[in-house]
Design a protein around this ligand. Structure first.
Ligand code: CP
Length: 349
């Protein structure tokens, strides 16, 4: 843990394999500790975590709030519809209001790419100590989702030792609306960093060819890639060609709210071409887990029968795994910020 150097967590592009290992290892420790009822961990006692979600959320927001409470933080949530945003207050001024009330961690979701980064930069310029954790921004990034998906896959492939190496050489198929998916982008960084070979599958309107080059260059804004040897990325247009040999399949929500033009000829056609079902999965040649970040368009990305089959569908397991992953992130950020690892030793032993 002593190598942790991320002050804000804005995306996964700058994460090394050691960073992934640190988060996964800490999440494993947190999940095995009794933290319900009065038995909270004291790590963030006296600290205020504010969840500033300018876009709707069920999973991410609740999961961060639960994670913060299990670490004994005070939690302040924010509702855009009943806030002074409606009177014209800016996002930055809203965030600074929470910092003025003592918030040390801001978990931020916004429909526009770059808002969490802009907030982090503005807070730095103002000399504020508060750190920003991206809860999902536009099409760009959803780092905690990428990490909980990694945790879910690592636990599936190597339950005794669910670390990044569990992904080495695995073929993971991502299906559907890659273009509009911040989850897909975060997973591309995380999965390839851990040595997985990613196959992207979808129609050209939702999956431009350029995605095959997504991790070919150093991450944006960096001269070198922190990961020396990434897994590969390739594009397949037809599910029948993408699925054979897969070790896991992740299907992504059709993000109708982000589509600026008519990109699909119809949901029935989409389901016929890219929808997952028990029958379709048999093309993999072995039993494979199916992931979806939620919320699911039931009967579109996958059949209702598959969604309701916990022996295959990992949707609820992903939600469960989100809490220890977010505890790990909040803890690492707070520990790095206070430069104190003594607290970690005392809470985790
Ligand atoms: N996966 C995800 O981000 O879900 P929410 O939009 O419900 O937070």
């Amino acid at each position: 843990m002593s190598g942790w150097h991320h002050r804000h967590i804005l995306d996964l592009a700058a994460f090394s394999r050691e960073d992934y290992a640190a988060v996964l290892e800490l999440a494993e420790r947190f999940r095995s500790l009794p933290v319900t009822g009065a038995r909270k961990l004291p790590a963030l006692q006296g600290r205020l975590v504010a969840t500033l979600f300018f876009e709707p959320s069920t999973r991410t927001r609740s999961s961060f709030e639960l994670a913060a409470k299990r670490l004994s933080a005070d939690v302040q949530s924010f509702s855009p519809s009943s806030s002074s945003l409606s009177k014209g207050e800016s996002v930055l001024d809203t965030a600074r209001t929470y910092v003025a009330m003592g918030a040390e961690v801001l978990v931020v979701r916004h429909r526009s790419t770059g808002v969490p980064q802009q907030l982090a930069e503005d807070l730095e310029s103002a000399g504020e100590r508060a750190v920003v954790l991206n809860g999902g921004d536009g099409l760009h990034s959803h780092p905690s989702q990428g990490l909980l998906d990694l945790h879910t896959l690592a636990r599936h492939f190597a339950p005794q030792y669910p670390m990044p190496e569990a992904l080495q050489g695995r073929r993971i198929v991502l299906v559907g609306d890659i273009l509009h998916s911040r989850v897909a982008r975060s997973n591309l960084w995380a999965l390839t960093a851990c040595g997985a070979d990613v196959v992207l599958c979808g129609p050209p309107s939702l999956l431009p060819d350029a995605f095959s080059e997504f991790v070919a260059e150093p991450p944006p804004g960096q001269s070198v890639d922190p990961v020396p040897k990434r897994g590969s990325v390739r594009v397949e247009r037809r599910l029948e060609r993408a699925l054979p040999g897969a070790d896991a399949v992740m299907t992504l929500r059709l993000q109708k709210e982000r589509m600026t033009q008519q990109l699909l000829t119809g949901l029935e056609r989409y389901h016929r071409d890219y929808g997952l079902s028990h029958e379709r999965l048999s093309l993999c040649g072995q039993p494979v887990p199916v992931l979806h970040p939620g919320p699911v368009n039931r009967g579109v990305e996958m059949t209702g029968a598959l969604l309701d089959d916990p022996s295959i569908c990992q949707v609820e397991e992903q939600v469960r795994n989100g809490v220890p992953i977010r505890m790990a992130l909040l803890y690492l950020m707070a520990a790095a910020e206070s430069a104190s690892e003594a607290a970690l030793v005392s809470i985790s032993s």
